[in-house]
Design a protein around this ligand. Structure first.
Ligand SMILES: Nc1ncnc2c1ncn2[C@@H]1O[C@H](COP(=O)(O)OP(=O)(O)OP(=O)(O)O)[C@@H](O)[C@H]1O
Length: 278
C-alpha cells in the first residue's frame, strides 16, 4: 500500500506541530522517521493513521483520501503501534492481541477459528506464544511492546505505522523486530531514536525538525555529519562495518557554543504584554 501526504499541517492549541509535510512511502518500503524529541514524529504518525484530523493537506492510501473514512475502514488497511498504549482493563495477552481482529468482526460475534489462528501466528512471530494466557498486568515493558506488535500483525494490515517500537526491548528483540519490519511485505513507516538501527534496517530515512521534513533519502544521505551536529546536536562519528553498513557512535552532546549555525528561523510575533495586572 502506498502512503502519501501532501502539505500536511497540524497545530496543537494554535501552535504548529506538523508543518506542510509531503511524503510518499512506496508499497513494501520500510522507512525510518527520525528527529529529535518534540520534532513532530508522533503527531505526523497520528495524522497518517487518521487519529488526528489535519488542519491542512491530505493523507492518501493508494491514492484515496482517507479523511472521511471510519476508524474501522482505516484499521482494515493500516495498523498503528503507539508509544505506551495499553488496554484500560486487565486482559489475557491473547485477548489484547485479539483486539487486532476487531475491524473484521461485527460487535455481536466472538472470535472464530480464523481469528484464533491469526492471533496464534502473530504471537508466534514475536515469540510470545508461551505468554498467551498470562495477564497483561504481569508483563514486562518489553513483553508488552512485543504484544503490541503482535496486535498490529493480527490486524493483517497493508501498512504499519510504529512509534518508537524498540522502546523497552533488549538488544536481541530490537534486532528481531527490525528484521521483521524490514522483511515484511507491508509498507512500514517507523519512528526511531536509534540511528544505527534505522540506518541498518530501513530502505530510506526521513528526518523531521521542528515539524518539517527536512531530508529524505538513503541512510548515508540523511545521517550526515552536518545533520548529526545541527539537528541532533551531538558530536558523533559515522563508520561503516565489515558488512558495509552504517553505524553511529557518539562522543557526547554538542554544547550550544559548538553548534553549527543554522539558517535563522522566521521571527515569531512578540507576545502582547498586559500591564497593570498582578
Ligand atoms: N495534544 C497536544 N497538545 C499540545 N502540544 C502537543 C500535543 N501533541 C503534541 N504536542 C507538542 O508538539 C510537539 C511535537 O510532539 P510529538 O510528540 O509529535 O514529537 P515527537 O517528535 O514524537 O517527540 P518524541 O521524540 O519526544 O516522542 C511537542 O512539543 C509536543 O509537546
Amino acid at each position: 500500500m502506498r502512503i502519501t501526504a501532501e502539505g500536511l499541517s497540524w497545530a496543537a492549541s494554535g501552535t504548529p506541530v506538523v508543518r506542510g509535510v509531503d511524503l510518499d512511502v512506496a508499497p513494501g518500503e520500510t522507512v525510518g522517521l527520525l528527529g529529535p524529541n518534540g520534532s513532530g514524529k508522533s503527531s505526523l504518525l497520528r495524522c497518517l493513521a487518521g487519529l488526528r484530523a489535519p488542519d491542512a493537506g491530505t493523507v492518501r492510501y493508494d491514492g484515496r483520501t482517507v479523511h472521511d473514512w471510519s476508524a474501522r475502514k482505516i484499521a482494515r488497511r493500516i495498523a498503528f503501534v503507539e508509544q505506551d498504549s495499553g488496554p484500560g482493563t486487565d486482559l489475557r495477552v491473547a485477548d489484547v492481541v485479539g483486539l487486532g481482529r476487531t475491524p473484521f468482526r461485527d460487535s455481536l460475534r466472538g472470535p472464530d477459528a480464523t481469528d484464533r489462528a491469526v492471533v496464534a501466528a502473530a504471537l508466534d512471530r514475536v515469540g510470545l506464544t508461551a505468554l498467551a494466557g498470562r495477564s497483561w498486568k504481569g508483563l514486562s515493558g518489553g513483553e508488552r511492546q512485543r504484544a503490541h506488535i503482535a496486535r498490529a500483525l493480527a490486524q493483517q494490515p497493508y501498512g504499519l505505522l510504529l512509534d518508537e517500537p524498540t522502546n523497552h526491548l533488549d538488544v536481541r528483540h530490537q534486532l528481531e523486530l527490525m528484521e521483521l519490519l524490514a522483511g515484511t511485505p507491508q509498507t512500514v513507516l517507523v519512528a526511531l531514536h536509534d540511528l544505527t538501527l534505522a540506518a541498518r534496517h530501513c530502505d530510506r530515512l526521513l528526518l523531521m525538525h521542528r515539524g518539517r521534513l527536512i531530508a529524505s533519502g538513503t541512510p548515508a544521505a540523511v545521517l550526515t555529519p552536518e545533520h548529526l551536529a545541527r539537528i541532533f546536536e551531538v558530536d558523533a562519528e559515522l563508520a561503516t562495518d565489515s558488512l558495509g553498513r552504517l553505524s553511529v557512535s557518539y562522543r557526547g552532546p554538542l554544547r550550544a557554543t559548538a553548534l553549527p549555525s543554522a539558517p535563522a528561523p522566521a521571527p515569531e510575533p512578540l507576545p502582547v504584554l498586559r500591564q497593570g495586572t498582578s
